[in-house]
Every structure is written in C-alpha cells, then in structure tokens.
Design a protein around this ligand. Structure first.
Ligand SMILES: Nc1ncnc2c1ncn2[C@@H]1O[C@H](COP(=O)(O)OP(=O)(O)OP(=O)(O)O)[C@@H](O)[C@H]1O
Length: 355
C-alpha cells in the first residue's frame, strides 16, 4: 500500500511511545494535525523531538501507540510507502548528481514517466527559486541554495506531509532569517502540512500555526505562538519560552478576583494566576523585557551586569533577599547601582506550586 500524494484531512498521533532500551524517549505523545497546518515541535535537546519525527517518517518503529492519516493506520508502513517529504539539517544531497537529478530522484524511484519528472522538477525548481541552477552540482551551491534543493526534493513528490528536522541549523544568522520566510512561503504555496523540529523558540514563534512544546518525551503544551508567548500553561514551559525570571514566591493576597499579590525578591509584586490559583506557595514568571526600572517600582535590586543590545540594555541584578533578577532598561545602568523595578501585573504570570 502506498499513500504518497494523498490528500488528507487529519493526521493523528495516538499515544506514541518509543523506548531505546531502558530509556523512554516518547511517553504517550498524542497530537492532531490538519491539512495546511504548520506545526513546530519545540523543546530542549533530548526531549524527543527527532524521535517523534523519525517515528512519523517511518525511520523508527513505535514501541506503542498508532499513527493515522484519516481512517488509515500508517505506522506499520515503510517510509517510502508513507510518501512524506523529509528535510534534514545536513541537506543529505547526492554530491555527484546535478540539482535536477537530486530533485527528481524520488520520482525516478517511483518510475514516473520522463516527461512528468522533467515537468515536476522544473515546477519545484521554480517554487524554491533555483530555476537557473538546475545543472549545477550541490558542491557548487551555497548552504542556503543546497537547503532549497533539499526542500525541492521533499516537495516534488507532492507529499501530504513535509517533515523538517532543524533544517536551518547549519546556516548563518542572516540566511537563517531569509530561509525562514522562504520555508513558510513554500508551505503556504503547496498547501500540505509541515511538521518542523526546532529548539529555537523564535523560529517556532515566527513560523508555526501551532507550537507543540515537548519535555522529557511528553507534550507539555500545544498552542498558537501568541498563546505560548503570552500565557504558557506551566512554569517550565514559560522558562523555555523566554521567561528568564522563574522564581519561587509566597502568596500575600490571593483574594482579589483578578490580580494576586505575591512576595518575590523581598518585595510585593502583583500578577495574574495561570490556570489554578495558588494557595500559599507559587512560582512567578516574568520576561526580562517586562521588568523595567521605574521610579516607584516595588522591587529593589543592585545591578550586577549590563549588556548593550542595540535598542536597550539587558541587565541582571540582585534583590535584597539575594534573588537574581533579569531586566531590561532603555537607559544605561551602572554595575553596583540600585534600581527600582516594576512590571505590568498582566505580564507577571503566577503558577501554583514550587519550582
Ligand atoms: N538511536 C538511539 N539509541 C539510544 N538512544 C537514543 C537514540 N536516539 C535517541 N535517543 C535518546 O532519546 C532521547 C530523545 O532523543 P531525540 O534525538 O529525539 O531528542 P531531540 O529533542 O530531538 O534532541 P536534539 O534537539 O538534541 O536533537 C535522548 O535521550 C536520546 O539520547
């Protein structure tokens, strides 16, 4: 059976498990993906992102669970029978084949007619904007161009799903940004679904329709970039999403309907409870760019370091009780200077529990 090129409405991962000996790399991962969606699998190194992707591709077998494309169970099919497009970090192009032959390789293996292969290869070349480079060898192309060839090779088979594993990691910062918008443009153009593995939260935020945050082989949260940026469901997800200040706190006043007052860094700070209202112990999460010097700010800190970041300064300081705080300042601050810091309560997230 082959499902290559097939249209679909929904891809479902049901309770996926994968172990390597004693290590459980995937522990009950479930997810539903609609056609046309761009999904980013985001998480720290070793959390199971690549394992999940390789199980989807058919390069790894599952230890438990199932994968469904609409009503068809596909987790026992070989990779070529699934017909998904794959793009890896290291391009994996054949060095002795021209760009055209690299792109057409999958179609040649499927024994498609020559004219059809030639036509589809030209279409794919045009999509990735490499029409002039078709006769070159991969070694004659830049890293960004080679990655475009890899993308063309993945999409030329008209896959229902394109799987990408950290495809931009080998490129320099400027090219990474350029290729980011290229990847999204190509995704929108071909209309299939993309599952994109990354550990770079900025990449996930800017590319994806939905982000799946993984940790220790489990899915911690699935949400839109705005949901994950503004309201992570758990303190550990917040930490991963750039809330550099994740601090233990004591609830001072939790009686109000919206705001809760907590003690942090030896001072009282107001914030919003996420999900469960904490009773006594809490965790506070604030982004450095939401904690700023203010003449009437409640949290006093002595500046320990400052870095110039163009528009503003990225600083660390120590509160009276020894808590380390990260904050941003539009004005230069000096090491050893005492600053008062404040944050908009709507940008201070409070979680029940202890870190
Ligand atoms: N072939 C393998 N044999 C044994 N253990 C493996 C194998 N592949 C992965 N693992 C382990 O499974 C866990 C998940 O690995 P995985 O590569 O999926 O993580 P990841 O989130 O993709 O990390 P990274 O961002 O570093 O690539 C890790 O602890 C890893 O060491």
């Amino acid at each position: 059976m082959s499902i290559a090129g097939r249209d679909f409405r929904e891809l479902r991962l049901e309770d996926l498990n994968r172990s390597f000996g004693m290590l459980n790399a995937l522990k009950g991962v479930s997810l539903s993906v609609k056609r046309g969606e761009f999904i980013a699998l985001l998480g720290p190194s070793g959390c199971g992102k690549s394992t999940a992707l390789n199980c989807l591709a058919g390069l790894l077998t599952l230890s438990g669970g199932s994968i469904w494309l609409d009503q068809t169970r596909i987790d026992r099919l070989k990779p070529e029978e699934r017909g998904f497009g794959m793009v890896f970090q290291n391009y994996a192009l054949f060095p002795h084949m021209t760009v055209r032959r690299n792109i057409g390789f999958g179609l040649t293996m499927q024994r498609r007619p020559k004219e059809e292969i030639a036509r589809k290869v030209e279409e794919a070349l045009a999509i990735v904007r490499l029409s002039q480079q078709g006769d070159k060898l991969p070694g004659q192309l830049s890293g960004g161009q080679q990655q475009r060839v890899a993308i063309a090779r993945a999409i030329v088979i008209e896959p229902p799903l394109v799987l990408m594993d950290e495809p931009l990691s080998n490129l320099d910062a400027k090219l990474r940004l350029e290729m980011r918008s290229e990847i999204r443009r190509i995704h929108d153009l071909i209309g299939s679904a993309t599952i994109y593995v990354t550990h770079d939260q900025e990449e996930a935020l800017s590319l994806a329709d939905r982000i799946v945050v993984m940790r220790d082989g489990t899915v911690r949260q699935v949400g839109t970039p705005a949901e994950l940026y503004g309201r992570p469901a758990h303190a550990d997800v917040a930490e991963f999403m750039g809330y550099r200040n994740v601090l233990p706190a004591r609830v001072l006043d939790g009686s109000g309907s919206g705001c809760i007052q907590v003690s942090v860094g030896g001072a009282a700070l107001e914030g919003m409870a996420v999900e469960q209202r904490p009773a006594d112990q809490a965790i506070v999460a604030v982004r450095p760019d939401d904690l700023r010097p203010a003449s009437d700010g409640p949290v006093a800190a002595i500046v320990e370091s400052t870095q110039y970041h163009g528009r503003e300064f990225y600083c660390s300081g120590r509160a009276s009780d020894g808590t380390e705080l990260y904050f941003c300042s539009p004005q230069p601050v000096r090491k050893g200077e005492r600053v008062l810091l404040a944050a908009d309560p709507a940008r201070v997230l409070i979680y029940a529990g202890t870190p």
